[in-house]
Design a protein around this ligand. Sequence first.
Ligand code: NAG
Ligand code: NAG
Ligand code: NAG
Ligand code: NAG
Length: 427
Amino acid sequence: MVSGKMFLWGFVAVLCFFSALLSGVAARMGPPILDGDIWRSPEHIFDTSNYGRLQLNNGLGRTPQMGWNSWNFFACNISETVIKDTADSLISTGLAALGYVYVNIDDCWSAPSRDMKGNLVADPRTFPSGIKALADYIHEKGLKLGIYSDAGAFTCQVRPGSLFHEQNDAELFASWGVDYIKYDNCFNLGIKPEERYPPMRDALNATGRAIFYSLCEWGVDEPALWAGKVGNSWRTTDDINDSWVSMTTIADLNDKWASYAGPGGWNDPDMLEVGNGGMTHQEYRAHFSIWALMKAPLLIGCDVRNMTTETLEILSNEEVIAVNQDPLGIQGRKVSVSGENGCEQVWAGPLSGGRLAVALWNRCSSVVSITARWETLGLHTSTSSSVRDLWKHEVIEENAVESFEARVDAHDCRVFVLAPEVSYSVA
Ligand SMILES: *[C@@H]1O[C@H](CO)[C@@H](O)[C@H](O)[C@H]1NC(C)=O
Ligand SMILES: *[C@@H]1O[C@H](CO)[C@@H](O)[C@H](O)[C@H]1NC(C)=O
Ligand SMILES: *[C@@H]1O[C@H](CO)[C@@H](O)[C@H](O)[C@H]1NC(C)=O
Ligand SMILES: *[C@@H]1O[C@H](CO)[C@@H](O)[C@H](O)[C@H]1NC(C)=O
């Protein structure tokens, strides 16, 4: 039914285009990617038939969340000192100013059991000042605090879980000034996620505090299909680890759900490993590029107190961040593969203003030239477009027609923004 409706919108958009030409008013009807006649048939390539269906209406996550999370680097070795120093570093490195505002504590912040009143308590050894004081510190810096719990009897590291304590825990988090919750899936008593995740949504909503709700059920029950209006993001896969094989596997799994992402609700292929040492510079650049293009949450997972210049350079590429944070919010996806085992890949997605983001990703073991053809991007072959390289920060072609090509190092990824010229002759 929904795709039929979108199809109809396509015809409406074409009619509106002609009337817009006459009236001089830009019509914007139906799928936002139908913009003028430069597009061949983008709806076949960038299917948006599920766009806007799932989004939780709590005003948050209009663009993918950006920030930092403790798990990938620190695992359980966290403390209030680490969290505060990280907040300070997000400011001093300039990352906060680029949008990385959520400071998210993962598992292991809480004591092994609830107090006499049934409340969660911060581990007195590692968080002696408590979470409220930490939230105040974070807020004074203009940042936001995230916390972690589990839709089960225990968290993955066997701290108390929030299943059947949703209301109590949500009220406690809100009273501390928490801005974000990551909600994990361990010790779930075999109850379906479809039943375990909505009660926390309702409990958070009832607090009246705007709290970003990040579902982490590891993609086991294909949350893109049922997470309707439940969370602001939902993990689509098992945990990432700091390796090329994990990163590429997860990118492909997440790609499958592209049509379900949109402002308010995002597919989450897990947090960034950039800077943790298990991948090369090229591989980290590819990881960051593809996560940005896929409208994935950009949650830094390294020790931001001690980053190399190369790591900081990747994480602070403003032009790549702008692709991720584009207000249109359509997830980019894999649009063509060629070469041995499909290792020469083109990923692309529409951006606001009738532009396109295009990534040329070389998964082969040696340098190759990859071609992006207009037909695979949904553009008319005669459309002329500028091509800007977001890692080199320069326009490489002013008037490309039909295709463009670039050499890409092994395991590297180059990202471009195409700004097609709107032509007024309908083909
Ligand atoms: C845990 O963190 C402390 C201080 O932040 C550090 O000195 C120590 O090496 C870390 N331990 C492990 C096992 O990573
Ligand atoms: C609670 O849900 C309603 C209905 O979706 C929404 O309008 C409101 O903004 C939500 N409030 C919070 C605090 O999330
Ligand atoms: C990392 O992920 C890959 C792919 O999912 C998996 O094969 C591998 O065993 C994982 N490595 C570790 C150390 O967990
Ligand atoms: C900083 O990172 C480097 C690796 O990039 C590591 O060798 C060093 O131990 C780290 N320093 C601290 C204080 O963690």
